[in-house]
Design a protein around this ligand. Structure first.
Ligand SMILES: Cc1cc2nc3c(=O)[nH]c(=O)nc-3n(C[C@H](O)[C@H](O)[C@H](O)COP(=O)(O)OP(=O)(O)OC[C@H]3O[C@@H](n4cnc5c(N)ncnc54)[C@H](O)[C@@H]3O)c2cc1C
Length: 381
């Protein structure tokens, strides 16, 4: 049996952030993973199949990815019931008051989220939520209640609903106000499509030898024993600290930890072809619920990324001719928290990190820093 101070299970951004910070703190650890990068996933020629956009509030993640293009709202189109429009279309003058109400909510919400982010490396997200009445209210409030309270019905039907549905694969009736508002950040602040191909190399610089390409298959020690025993392949590891950096569907088989986040599966498709003029070639188009696919997301280099419930949808409605050049099916693409946030440290020496509370690369990264900082504060052993 190999003894080590800390084992991290999972090599997505949260596990890698934890490994990087432990390496910088001079601590002993191993990271076990069956795949590096996790949902940050691109093909060798740079096609994104997983996380692909960041905002300028992604202070940590921006160090590791390469910006490809700024996502401009004027290039993003929605169906208003009669035609495709962007947010600058003259018809939106009639909706100016509703937009103002939405942005009056978004501006302080962003400040509170960023305050939570600044403190996440040192304090559990759940505790921070409990200390912040505004964020806590948005976690407990359904999006539907917020929409009714603020008179956002029409904006939701045309803009926010399709954005939510295309990105999270959920209707606004299924999410809380926190996700409803968070999905709108790219309309408030600069957002970029990024190339993630170099991210793993940059994140693991100096400590690549601590990574074991193995899948953890069984873990013992959750009953307050002093050490965890982790089985991976033919190896058995004994660790004082265990960091589980895997999404809910993987966590459930590994640990007696209840996963309350809603797990949403979907497929990412890469498509080359000629879009029909009605579907705005060269632009990004968000589609409504009645469509079999969710977004026609124009990419630098002239391909489209499409999110779909299946790997082979009929796209002839959208393209004159097309070729699906690649697909990836995600068991858990998104995890959407309910009104109960998960503690990142359910007990001494055990951490469950990632996007169980807040979806996205930056917040997942920050949970990795939290685990590493807690471990780095203890005496080595
Ligand atoms: C299609 C798609 C688009 C997205 N778009 C964006 C976006 O544009 N911007 C954004 O910020 N976020 C986006 N997200 C969300 C973002 O990717 C995730 O929130 C984030 O990557 C989660 O990171 P993680 O490290 O917690 O988990 P993951 O990235 O899922 O990493 C978990 C890792 O653990 C490994 N693993 C699982 N079980 C085991 C085991 N038993 N033993 C060893 N290893 C194991 C997995 O192989 C994986 O490598 C998107 C996600 C998807 C799927």
């Amino acid at each position: 049996m190999r003894r080590v101070e800390t084992v991290i299970v999972g090599g997505g951004i949260s596990g890698l952030a934890c490994g990087r910070a432990l390496y910088q703190a001079g601590r002993e650890f191993l990271l076990l993973t069956d795949r590096l990068g996790g949902r940050m996933h691109a093909s060798v020629d740079g096609l994104n199949y997983g996380a692909a956009y960041v905002t300028r509030d992604y202070k940590h993640v921006l160090q590791f990815v390469d910006k490809l293009a700024e996502n401009r709202m004027r290039d993003v189109y929605f169906w208003d019931g009669r035609r495709m429009i962007n947010v600058f279309h003259p018809s939106n003058l009639a909706r100016a008051a509703a937009f103002a109400r939405l942005y009056r909510l978004l501006i302080p919400f962003r400040e509170h989220v960023n305050r939570l982010r600044r403190r996440t490396p040192d304090t559990c997200q759940k505790a921070l939520l409990e200390q912040d009445p505004l964020l806590e209210r948005y976690v407990r409030l359904s999006a539907e209640e917020l929409i009714a309270e603020q008179g956002l019905e029409e904006l939701t039907e045309i803009f926010v609903g399709p954005l939510l549905f295309s990105t999270l694969f959920l209707t606004y009736q299924e999410v809380n106000a926190f996700f409803y508002l968070a999905i709108m950040f790219p309309s408030l602040i600069t957002a970029y499509t990024v190339d993630v191909r170099n991210a793993v190399r940059r994140l693991t610089a100096g400590w690549r030898d601590r990574i074991m390409m193995q899948k953890a298959t069984a873990i013992d020690g959750f009953e307050n024993k002093e050490r965890f025993e982790i089985k991976a392949g033919d190896e058995l590891y004994s660790a004082r600290n265990l960091v589980l950096a895997v999404p809910g569907h993987n966590l459930e088989g590994l640990a007696p930890v209840e996963c309350t986040a809603k797990q949403v599966p979907y497929c990412t498709l890469h498509v080359r072809g000629t879009r029909r003029s009605h579907y705005m070639p060269g632009k990004t188009v968000f589609l409504r619920e009645e469509h079999p696919v969710r977004v026609l997301w124009h990419q630098p280099g002239d391909a489209d990324v499409i999110f779909s419930g299946s790997t082979g949808p009929d796209l002839s409605e959208y393209y004159e001719h097309y070729e699906i050049t690649g697909t990836v099916a995600w068991k858990t693409a998104c995890q959407i928290s309910t009104d109960t946030w998960r503690p990142l440290m359910p007990r001494e020496n055990l951490f469950t990190i990632g996007d169980h509370n807040i979806l996205g690369l930056e917040d997942s990264y920050l949970t990795g820093l939290f685990a590493a900082n807690r471990i780095a504060r203890t005496t080595p052993g």
